[in-house]
Design a protein around this ligand. Sequence first.
Ligand code: ASP
Length: 423
Amino acid sequence: MKRLPLYWKIIIGMIAGIVFAILMLQVNNGVQFIVNWIKPFGTIFINLLKLIAVPLILASLIKGISDLKDISKLSKMGFRTIGFYLFTTVFAVSLGLLIANFIKPGNAVSEDTRTEMLATYGQDVEKQKEQAQQQKQTGPLKFVEDIVPDNIFNAATSNSRMLQVIFFALFLGISMILLPEKNTKPFKDFFDSTNDIILKMIDIIMMAAPFGVFALIAALVAESPSVELFKALGIYALTVVLGLSILLFIFYPLLVYLFTGRNPIKFLKQISAAQLLAFSTSSSAATLPVTMEVAEKNVGVDNEVTSFVLPIGATINMDGTSLYQAVAAIFIAQAFGMDLTLGAQLGIILTATLASIGSAAVPGAGMVMLIIVLTQAGIPEAGLALIFAVDRPLDMLRTAANVTSDCSIATIIAKSLGKLEAR
Ligand code: ASP
């Protein structure tokens, strides 16, 4: 029998998780059972993926860069990558603004709903505000300052300092290129071999993916808030979903087609395991090992490109997040009866782009950074309470968009450098 492709197994895991949770919701203590006995397996699965992220970035980036053997190749790839990442993010925010202005989801929120939401989620907003405050109380160059670690072992102890690890690996890789090969060979062999071992570890973890996804989705359904709240926020949620769907199913496939000539449907199928995992885990960082694997094995992007473009993309390229921040900002402004001027909206393009770059690749990070966008545009931060209830499902979808963007750009860069194998 032909083996079922991974994305099918993941889809089956998801559906089984939903059905299981719905059944358990009918049983006494069903939710408790899921929380106590099922959810931990989802957490273990995410931990395994995160566990591999830092060693993977180190090994693959060092291997990838030292394989380049030439600094000019690296700078060419670097400029193209950053250029594409910025372009797609600005496009995504603008699209978000456009559809939110057109659909006007905030106008559908009644006075009662607004008061109810503010009362229910007001406290949660305080916590988010504190986190955002820490980010805000820093100078304009703090972001750049933070990229350079003062101790690599310290940097490698936290997944939230991934950019520092990337910086170290880049620095090390570049220094290796500058030295004669005989001096670096033993070190390079070590990292080549480490890279192979880590890839095997990812293969093993992925065998558990359908079960991990089952546990994650079951816990999510069991713990989700009441359907009533979803209804009140329906138009807002649909606006975000519409924008993300345009990115996912039209914009990226079109970009890939235009720049590489690849069949868009085939491309989406090739990366679907990473998209589904991004959807289930809500974390681009946790999905990174799989994003790299599908881009190399299924799409045919050379390891030299994936090892550079994808870790950076997972940390800074978040189109889905930026689109969501634009829609959410407009929605909250409308719900409070505010009229945003063109100037304020253009300001949102800038802040949402920067806020998405600054968002960590973990669940809910985009919402924390949204506070900065709101403050800058003069929209009440308390409005965050309005969108709390539906944030998780939207987070799942925007993470899928974030990962799709990374894969698409890696494919385009690979093609432009002659590093895309036919598949
Ligand atoms: N969860 C998103 C990611 O990891 C970030 C966000 O929008 O919250 O890509």
